[in-house]
Design a protein around this ligand. Structure first.
Ligand SMILES: CC(=O)N[C@@H](CCC[C@H](N)C(=O)O)C(=O)O
Length: 377
């Protein structure tokens, strides 16, 4: 059986996952692919490791936009697939390979059969961190081609292929990374009284941080504080003088985000006093919530159910983050989950999205652009 061309594209991209703002091979792949398309209606420019593509319409009244993210994750792939990652320690474990293949498929369809309106497609670096959306949004490259409406999708592991899930209003959470460094005094394991043990300080802090959500935040206002990594010590008989805790905070309101940060500062100060150590907090990258435009999202959901050939689910908010939220603060639009039905979820080393979702998405989005961009609304 012949492989769908954009499933082939996804498999090639799957092999070259790269960290945020280091997506050089990915950028070359995208530019090479784009150079082979009919060029009459295409304009292409780069911004850092990203790419911006403009497809000139037949009779443009406005510019519609599509955005995909392009970076991979620091995860060692365990899928055993024949087209597995060629970059040790990196994997497309959040579906950005699927997102890019779909975006290229949309461009391919629209250059061959253009719509009335112009379409701008953004290949945005560094979604997983440190965040490419905000600097791209502020760049001249983007400002010159700023679309009037902007749309995006994210693969959704929990839904079957042929399903689209979204909602008007907040879809994804506000996020803040969290890095805390503790510095005490290291020493010999047999002389605890002469050292200042950061294993105990970090352990206490980890437990205390878990009380913030349960004791300080309104239970009806969802929030998360997850510590994903703690680094302490070198050997079993050395008391370590340094510790680093790394995590992420998620909220559905900015008010809760501020409250959590305030409590983190207070608890860290308490650890400094209690353990006579020094502490430093770094909030890393912060993403604002993804807030779907009410009117456009409702109209899309009705259209997709009736005309799009997919099953539409009105889903709940997710506590995942997406820097696409920065674009939606300025430009009306929406993001939807694309059902890819995988046993292992996002950021898992065995994530295997069902590839049939690629042609489904290309068809759906191209059809939507034809409906919206041929002066339907
Ligand atoms: C869809 C998804 O999984 N997004 C990521 C992006 C957030 C990164 C952010 N820098 C953080 O970890 O706080 C997620 O983890 O939700």
């Amino acid at each position: 059986m012949n492989l769908h061309p954009f499933i082939g594209v996804r498999r090639e991209l799957h092999q070259i996952p790269e960290p945020g703002f280091k997506e050089e091979k990915t950028q070359r792949y995208l530019l090479d692919f784009l150079s082979k398309l009919p060029q009459e209606r295409l304009a292409i420019k780069t911004w850092r490791t990203g790419v911006l593509v403009r497809i000139h319409g037949r009779n443009p009244r406005r510019t519609l936009g599509w955005r995909t993210d392009i970076d991979g994750l620091p995860i060692e792939e365990e899928t055993g697939l024949p087209f597995h990652s060629h970059h040790p320690g990196y994997m497309h474990a959040c579906g950005h390979d699927m997102h890019m293949a779909i975006a290229l498929g949309i461009i391919d369809a629209l250059v061959r059969e253009p719509i009335d309106d112009d379409v701008v497609v953004l290949f945005q670096p560094a979604e997983e961190g440190p965040g490419g959306a905000l600097p791209m949004l502020e760049s001249d490259a983007f400002r010159q081609w700023k679309p009037d409406e902007l749309f995006a999708l994210h693969i959704g592991p929990d839904w079957p292929v042929g399903t689209v899930a979204t909602r008007p209003g907040i879809l994804f959470a506000n996020t803040s990374e969290l890095f805390i460094d503790l510095e005490g005094i290291g020493g010999h394991a047999s002389l605890p009284h002469r050292s200042n043990d950061m294993v105990i300080a970090a352990s206490q802090l980890a437990m205390q941080l878990q009380t913030i959500i349960s004791r300080n935040i309104d239970p009806l206002d969802s929030a998360i504080l997850t510590l994903g990594k703690i680094t302490i010590g070198t050997k079993q008989n050395i008391i370590p003088g340094k510790a680093r805790l790394e995590g992420t905070i998620r909220t559905l309101s900015m008010e809760s985000m501020e409250k959590i940060k305030h409590r983190v500062r207070q608890l860290v100060k308490g650890i400094e006093t209690g353990f006579e150590c020094k502490a430093h907090i770094d909030w890393g990258a912060n993403y604002c919530q993804v807030e779907n435009d009410e009117t456009l999202t409702t109209a899309f959901m009705e259209w997709a159910q009736q005309e799009g050939g997919v099953h539409v689910i009105h889903c709940r908010e997710a506590m995942a983050g997406e820097d696409f939220g920065y674009f939606l603060r300025e430009i009306p639009g929406f993001l939807f989950w694309l059902g890819v039905d995988t046993e292992h979820g996002l950021h898992h080393p065995r994530l295997e999205p069902k590839e049939e979702a690629i042609p489904t998405a290309i068809q759906l989005v191209t059809k939507y652009f034809r409906w919206r961009g041929n002066h339907a609304g």
